[in-house]
Ligand binder design. Structure first.
Ligand code: PSV
Ligand code: MN
Length: 395
């Protein structure tokens, strides 16, 4: 029997369950197609080839988990002629369209950047692409634009850092001015890649400064893979929440860099610590999105596992005995406080999640249900194995 200090009460369980029921996770269209490293793409049998197939796979993940009702799109990877028809297609499959991600890196003209590019014509076209994405978002009923810039430089002297910052703010302001009421602009930062000397939005502080200038419809997007080793990501989350600047997450896990691994696979304790900041409440409108590319494993069960890992971390985080923790903190009981947090992390939440899934009407083991259900085989039969010519042909 667990000692008194880490035992759950029925009350803990019921309130944790209602919070867990409210957790909705968005999956990315680009996680369902073939992707690879710059060395090779290993095509996966049955991987989605079109935006419709990517939406259908996201819908399957929702059917099996009961908690992934929206799918994020990347434009132009997911571009179509008829967006209202795409919206209907998604709804017929049981999902809605979530964040629209303008792609400001997949075109030759972006070699030196997009909205920070030295050439005003390229900057204008980049802003125009963002405006087009806002219109798409309106047509599909999405309330979120997620913006990541690949802008940066590789060499000292390549461009003027202050000029680039000025262009960044000007471009973001132009995009922001086109947002309709109720639509949010989530600004994502990344400390490196593809620029290795400088990145125009390198960290949460720069993103937060930009959002403050823009207004309340702009908030920061924290991609968990976009930090240097050792960064205290949960502290970033805590500060952004306190400043009402946390817009959402791109969940994934990293070992060395932006590895896009299954979230929680490398460091489940970090994911728990991040979700603890969410579990403490007052999170507003935070968007919980996954941003992963599965290169050597199946796409759909890896996505389901990611969803399970987020739910597991959140369930544990909800079980932190906050009242006792506050007491230990006030008394300066350093180890006692730490042990209260650890006790929650070490709790086996599988029975709690099984109860949640029974209530959601899905299998207690959604990955097992996917694997036993013959879905992978049926998709491989229907779609075959794509021939992928180059590692750069991502979708
Ligand atoms: C960039 O590394 C990123 O995290 C951005 O969110 C992109 O939109 C996404 O990955 C897909 O390349
Ligand atoms: Mn991302």
């Amino acid at each position: 029997m667990a000692p008194e200090w880490c035992r759950l009460t029925a009350m803990d369980e019921n309130s944790a369950l209602s919070r867990l029921r409210a957790l909705q996770i968005e999956t990315p269209s680009w996680g369902y197609g073939n992707s690879g490293t710059r060395f090779h793409v290993y095509p996966w049998p049955g991987a989605a080839r079109t935006v419709q197939e990517r939406i259908a796979d996201a819908a399957l993940v929702h059917r099996l988990t009961g908690c992934c009702p929206t799918v994020a799109l990347h434009i132009p990877w997911d571009a179509v002629d008829d967006y209202p028809a795409l919206k209907r297609y998604a709804e017929e499959h049981g999902v809605g369209i979530g964040a629209i991600n303008p792609n400001l890196f997949g075109s030759d003209e972006y070699r030196l950047g997009s909205i920070c590019h030295p050439d005003a014509d390229v900057r204008a076209r980049a802003v125009e692409h963002c405006r087009e994405c806002i219109q798409i978002a309106e047509q599909v009923g999405s309330p979120v634009i997620s913006l990541w810039l690949a802008d940066g430089t590789n060499y000292p002297g390549q461009d003027d850092l202050r000029d680039r910052h000025a262009r960044l703010l000007e471009g973001l302001q132009e995009v922001y001015a086109s947002l309709p009421a109720g639509m949010r602009l989530l600004v994502e930062y990344k400390f490196f890649e593809p620029g290795f000397y400088s990145t125009d939005l390198p960290d949460w502080g720069t993103a937060a400064l930009a959002c403050r200038r823009l207004g309340s419809q702009a908030q920061v997007l924290v991609d968990t893979g976009h930090h240097p080793q050792g960064t205290n990501v949960e502290q970033i989350v805590a500060v952004l929440l306190a400043e009402e600047l946390l817009g959402g997450f791109h969940f994934n896990n990293r070992k060395y860099a932006d590895d896009d691994l299954i979230v929680g696979s490398i460091d489940p304790f970090e994911l728990f610590r991040i979700m603890r900041e969410i579990a403490r409440g007052d999170t507003g409108d935070v968007a919980f999105m996954i941003d992963q590319s599965h290169n050597i494993e199946g796409k759909i069960d890896a996505m389901i596992q990611s969803v399970i890992n987020i739910q597991t971390a959140y369930a544990k985080a909800l079980l932190v005995d906050e009242a006792r923790l506050a007491g230990a903190q006030a008394e300066g009981d350093v180890l006692g406080a730490h042990r209260i947090v650890l006790a929650a992390f070490e709790t086996d939440v599988r029975p709690l999640l099984a109860r949640l899934r029974r209530e959601l009407g899905v299998d207690e083991d959604p990955v097992g249900a996917f694997r036993a259900g013959g879905f992978a085989e049926a998709l491989a039969h229907e779609r075959g194995t794509a021939s992928v010519e180059s590692a750069y042909e991502r979708l």
